[in-house]
Design a protein around this ligand. Structure first.
Ligand code: AMP
Ligand code: ZN
Ligand code: FE
Ligand code: FE
Length: 283
């Protein structure tokens, strides 16, 4: 069983349509594919149709943007009621905040001598209901200011970078509670990637597990080196957390994130799915 629980389509910042993503997952030999676009379920219905047709198991998910003490945190939610009012409202707030900061980012880029217009960014958005930094990065590439997304982030758009603008995000604990309220399970995405480790410490993650019933952590991810993965595996074991592994595939939008490059153990996957609908921590 090959299980990849974290991927993106062009409904957020990936480059494949949900159908193309499912086709690629089948070609990569996956048995289970999690579609987890940023802050939207818009790709799920199409992906489910393709998955039914091609005989692969699709896990409906979403990667929610939230925050802990000023640090950006991503939370993967699986098995939620996609019509839950509170969850829908929160996703809408996140998307509005992301799109809403676009003029401020464009003003900074112009000041920095690498101007792109709103129209140039919108041409990169695909079917995404919000406009994110990766789309702005793609516009910078198309305008010839940088060679790829990575350079756009490194020079301008990364957290704390010269063209970075803060946006709305709720706290991670509150977001875990919301996911449970919507009947789903919550897994911290790449918890120790990109400078998160200093803020999202082992003690903080243990607290989220014991006080908010955090269900799992993504251990096998390209943002984690081998040593980090071993530490996170121990942390998961100590706190009853499910361990996941995934590609965080973005089509052509991220190099070295091929489908199935990291996978989730079948037993861990079953443990995670069995927690859906349990409303949080085991009694
Ligand atoms: P946004 O949600 O608009 O703030 O954009 C965040 C997205 O940009 C993340 O989900 C990542 O896919 C991507 N991203 C964030 N930081 C970096 C970085 N340093 N290098 C490349 N991509 C990044
Ligand atoms: Zn992304
Ligand atoms: Fe992420
Ligand atoms: Fe992701």
């Amino acid at each position: 069983m090959k299980i990849d629980l974290h991927t993106h389509s062009n409904v957020s910042d990936g480059t494949q349509t949900p159908t193309e993503l499912v086709e690629a997952a089948v070609a990569a030999g996956l048995d289970v594919l999690g579609l987890t676009d940023h802050d939207t379920f818009d790709g799920i219905a199409e992906a489910e149709r393709a998955a039914d047709r091609l005989g692969i198991h699709l896990v409906a998910g979403v990667e929610m943007s939230c925050r802990y003490r000023g640090q950006s945190v991503h939370l993967l939610a699986y098995g939620v009621d996609q019509h839950h009012g509170g969850l829908r409202d929160e996703l809408q707030r996140i998307r509005a905040g992301r799109t809403g900061r676009l003029p401020a980012v464009l003003a900074k880029l112009a000041e920095l001598g690498v101007p792109v217009t709103r129209e140039q960014v919108l041409a990169q958005v695909g079917d995404s209901p919000s406009v994110g930094r990766p789309h702005i990065a793609d516009a910078l590439v198309a305008a010839g200011h940088v060679t790829d997304r990575t350079e756009a982030f490194d020079r301008f758009l990364a957290d704390g970078g010269p063209a970075h603008v803060e946006r709305y995000a709720a706290g991670v604990a509150q977001t875990i509670d919301l996911v449970h309220g919507a009947g789903g399970v919550a897994v911290l995405a790449h918890p120790w990637g990109r400078g998160r480790r200093e803020v999202l410490t082992a003690d903080v993650i243990a607290g989220l597990a014991h006080e908010h019933g955090l269900d799992g952590i993504e251990v096998d991810h390209q943002d984690h080196d081998q040593h980090t993965r071993e530490l996170l595996r121990v942390l998961a074991g100590d706190n009853g957390l499910v361990i996941t592994g995934s590609s965080d595939h973005h089509g052509l939008g991220k190099v070295d994130h091929d489908l199935g490059c990291n996978t989730t153990d079948q037993g861990q996957f079953s443990a995670l799915m069995s927690r859906i609908g349990s409303g949080g921590p085991a009694a």
